[in-house]
Design a protein around this ligand. Sequence first.
Ligand SMILES: NC(=O)c1ccc[n+]([C@@H]2O[C@H](COP(=O)([O-])OP(=O)(O)OC[C@H]3O[C@@H](n4cnc5c(N)ncnc54)[C@H](O)[C@@H]3O)[C@@H](O)[C@H]2O)c1
Length: 419
Amino acid sequence: MENYDIKEIELAEGGRRRIDWAEREMPVLRLIRERFAKERPLNGLRIAACLHVTTETANLMHTLHDGGAEVVLTASNPLSTQDDVAAALVTHFEIPVFAIKGEDNVTYYKHINAALDHRPNITMDDGADLVSTLHIDRRELLENVIGGTEETTTGVIRLRAMAADGALEFPVIAVNDAMTKHLFDNRYGTGQSTIDGIIRATNTLLAGKNFVVAGYGWCGRGLAMRARGMGANVIVTEVVPLPALEAVMDGFRVMPMSEAARVGDIFVTLTGDINVIDKHHFELMKDGAIVANSGHFNVEINIPALEKMAKEKRLVRPFVEQYILQDNRSINILAEGRLINLASAEGHPASVMDMSFANQALSLEYMVRNVDVLGKKVYSVPEEIDRDIARLKLDAMEVDIDTLTEEQIAYLNSWEAGT
Ligand SMILES: NC(=O)c1ccc[n+]([C@@H]2O[C@H](COP(=O)([O-])OP(=O)(O)OC[C@H]3O[C@@H](n4cnc5c(N)ncnc54)[C@H](O)[C@@H]3O)[C@@H](O)[C@H]2O)c1
């Protein structure tokens, strides 16, 4: 294969071993892959995927490939690529990859365009960069596209905004909306892997630290829960009353960021919002504060403002940039404010990505089967897919549950029976 752009092809063997390691924890996706290999539901379709290039994504690419698709992969974040995985996909799975860990923004978009050069029939996005580039710069390719899928909250928000503007030119299935995606991936996946990323980057002790979680959505809930488990004193900041109330009743302190900024030792943003930690917050922070982001884009921490405030900046460890302010306080920004769990760790464990990517594969199959009836809208994952994935995951975990009796079914469907 000639056309790909990765760091080093020699890394392929190590990548292959790690892809196999992840596969062991992805039993639901394995079942789908085995069925796809027989039924070939994606036969002849060209798929461009813009996802984090990880071992789990490699297993999804393998599944789509076995389902008959021609797949090309580009990164959905400049810092999340695992270069050995990219090499293994090219070498062992014949999948062209355009992704290099640490690529600059120009290369990032060059790679997205290289994936689009394959004239996809289907897009698979994590953050909607592929779809937005297609709609803004590569409109001549739109006529080939029958539909797409979107992996994350921020991407779904962008796509819904496009649909509301009448700008979306094909149907997209919001994989993030599936219960078997966000309840597990966003909560337990982000919860665990964000802590993993912070620890790998800093080797800091969490016990006894004031750990500020900005945003109590699915990701924030997971992170707050796991940080508490490590012995941290967790503080939550929110802008919406309901999740704020939930955080209070879950036993966390809730306060505005302007108060949390004074007492926090470690800060993590997971909101999908912009400038959640801003100049006036940096002005209040303690010397040595650690600041990270696990939301999709690197806009949650106002790093340009911090750059202006700082008299000096130095890289003290991989993924830890220390900004020295005029009054000699230091503030440590992790991974340039990009997704910390993917930059300094490996992203979510395979076991949760099993469900997220089972949703991706089955949503694609659904889209191909229903292409004639879907409009230019954002669709949720059909409930049957969600239910099937939950059942298959329980089976794989060897967890049995009860079955409703005839009497219980009748009772649950009746309205006459009362006190
Ligand atoms: N790191 C990862 O691997 C990973 C995984 C899944 C999702 N994500 C991303 O994480 C972000 C959050 O996803 P989610 O599913 O938790 O979203 P969500 O919509 O469930 O939660 C976001 C929360 O942030 C709150 N919020 C918004 N602006 C805020 C502000 N200025 N201050 C405090 N709180 C604020 C909202 O009220 C909401 O409760 C998104 O960008 C998503 O794409 C990252």
